[in-house]
Design a protein around this ligand. Structure first.
Ligand code: PAF
Length: 284
């Protein structure tokens, strides 16, 4: 596995593999790799001969300084996880390499995709995500890029970015991976200490409740309001939102039969750690 820290090194490695007719897959990450990331890399390795994994904690997408400063850094372990999962190149640039000296990013307006839910709760978050992913896409020039469906709204934003600016780049949304007890895997989970780890399971429980309601053609609105009331009574849990949306447009879906693209989405702080999760409502 090759490790590059500059765009120049990365481009020359990729150019060499493209000349040999290799298909290039790209998995962007902020490090602290867990089995969810490994599954993205494995999926990329099944489809592509060259698999680039970027490891870069992007300062411009954090709306909370403390979250950025405490973001887990585990580069040695990350290199092992990446290699074991099938990465052939790791791109781990320093902040100056991507941003020069200027961390100002342009605002992005994709309508509801960037203004609702995560966009509303985390001001400027998608501006930073789009800024860094644009830089990374331009540097890697991959054939396909792989993103986890845990960050469902981010995936929709990235699809829009690719449609507008990287025509021909295939964006692949990969299955959300859970711990055995149902907690969605996230690099932030290591910060769930003591009782918070157990309490965090409530997010998955709520999503299941909504799915059950949807599959029984029940009243989703009433279920959502009941969950909001339950959350308000819970200690150590700050519910930010819970809703049902179309997973591509992020338009809320409140009435009528369940849209095949319907997802229940949730964000909450548990023991001071911000978690998001989602679940497709299509019934099997
Ligand atoms: O999903 C993430 O880890 C990040 O938002 C991404 C896509 C790597 C951009 O920094």
């Amino acid at each position: 596995m090759n490790t590059c820290t500059t765009i120049e090194e990365l481009k020359s490695t990729i150019h060499a593999s493209k000349t040999k007719g290799k298909r290039v897959g790209f998995v962007p990450t902020m490090g602290a790799l867990h089995p969810g990331h490994a599954s993205l890399i494995e999926q990329a390795a099944q489809a592509c001969e060259e698999v680039v994994v970027s490891i870069f904690v992007n300062p411009t997408q954090f709306n909370n300084r403390e979250d950025f400063e405490t973001y887990p850094l585990t580069i040695d372990k990350d290199l092992e996880v990446a290699q074991r999962a099938g990465a052939t190149v790791v791109f781990a640039p320093h902040v100056e390499e991507l941003y020069g000296g200027d961390l100002a990013v342009a605002p992005v307006d994709y309508g509801r995709l960037t203004s609702s839910y995560e966009g509303q709760k985390r001001t400027g978050h998608f501006d930073g995500v789009v800024a860094v992913v644009r830089k990374l896409f331009s540097a890697v020039e991959a054939d396909s890029a792989f993103f986890g469906k845990k960050d469902l709204q981010q995936l929709a934003v990235i699809r829009r970015l690719a449609e507008e600016e990287f025509v021909g780049l295939e964006i692949i949304g990969c299955t959300l991976i859970r711990e055995s007890d149902g907690l969605a895997m996230s690099s932030r989970n290591v910060r769930l200490v003591g009782e918070s780890r157990q309490t965090a399971l409530v997010l998955h429980g709520w999503l299941n409740q909504i799915k059950k309601e949807a599959c029984n053609q029940g009243d989703i609105q009433t279920a959502l309001r009941a969950i909001e009331s339950e959350a308000a009574e819970m200690e150590g849990v700050e519910l930010e939102y819970i809703d049902v949306v179309n997973g591509a447009s992020f338009e809320p879906l409140h009435d009528g039969p369940v849209d095949p693209e319907a997802f229940a989405i949730v964000a909450a702080e548990v023991g001071g750690v911000r978690l998001i999760d989602n679940c497709a409502l299509a019934c099997s």
